[in-house]
Design a protein around this ligand. Structure first.
Ligand code: FES
Length: 151
C-alpha cells in the first residue's frame, strides 16, 4: 500500500493556490478572466483560465506594436489570438472555439469571430453572440519591453 501524505493534505493545495495568486499579483501578469456561464458547452467546459505568469519556456510570439489597441490579431504560427482591449492590457487565447472546437482565425475590430456557427467573442474572450457559452481558453501573456511573451 502506498500513500502520498501531501496529496490529501488540504493545506498543500491552499498554499499552492495562494502562492500562484501571489505570483500573478507580483509580476503584473496580464490574462483574460472571462466569467463562467455554467453551461456544459462541448469544448473547454472544464478547462480553467490561466492564472500563472509565462513560465521559463515562454516564447516571444509578437511585438507589442503588432496588436492594435481596441483590437487583436490571429497568429497562425502559434494558433493564438492576441488582443489589447485597452492600452497595455494584453490577452492571449487559444484559437479554438469553445462551442465545437473549430479553429478561429478572424479578428474584426473588437470582435473575435468563429465562422463555423457564428459565435462571437469580445476582446476579453467572452462570448457575446452565437452558440458558444464558454469564454476562450487563455494563455499567460506578458509584455516584456517591446515583446509579447506567451507561456
Ligand atoms: S465551433 Fe465555433 S461557433 Fe460552433
Amino acid at each position: 500500500m502506498t500513500s502520498d501524505s501531501t496529496r490529501d493534505d488540504p493545506r498543500v493545495t491552499r498554499r499552492a493556490l495562494l502562492g500562484g495568486a501571489g505570483a500573478v499579483a507580483a509580476t503584473g501578469l496580464i490574462t483574460a478572466c472571462g466569467p463562467g456561464t455554467g453551461s456544459d458547452d462541448a469544448v473547454g467546459a472544464a478547462e480553467p483560465t490561466t492564472t500563472q505568469p509565462p513560465g521559463p519556456d515562454a516564447q516571444v510570439v509578437a511585438a507589442v506594436a503588432d496588436v492594435p489597441v481596441g483590437g487583436g490579431v490571429f497568429l497562425e504560427s502559434d494558433r493564438l489570438i492576441l488582443t489589447q482591449p485597452t492600452d497595455g492590457d494584453f490577452h492571449a487565447f487559444v484559437a479554438i472555439c469553445t462551442h465545437q472546437g473549430c479553429n478561429i482565425t478572424d479578428v474584426e475590430g473588437d470582435r473575435i469571430i468563429c465562422t463555423c456557427h457564428g459565435s462571437v467573442f469580445d476582446l476579453d474572450g467572452v462570448p457575446v453572440e452565437g452558440p458558444a457559452k464558454k469564454p476562450l481558453k487563455t494563455r499567460a501573456i506578458e509584455a516584456r519591453g517591446t515583446d509579447l511573451v506567451v507561456g
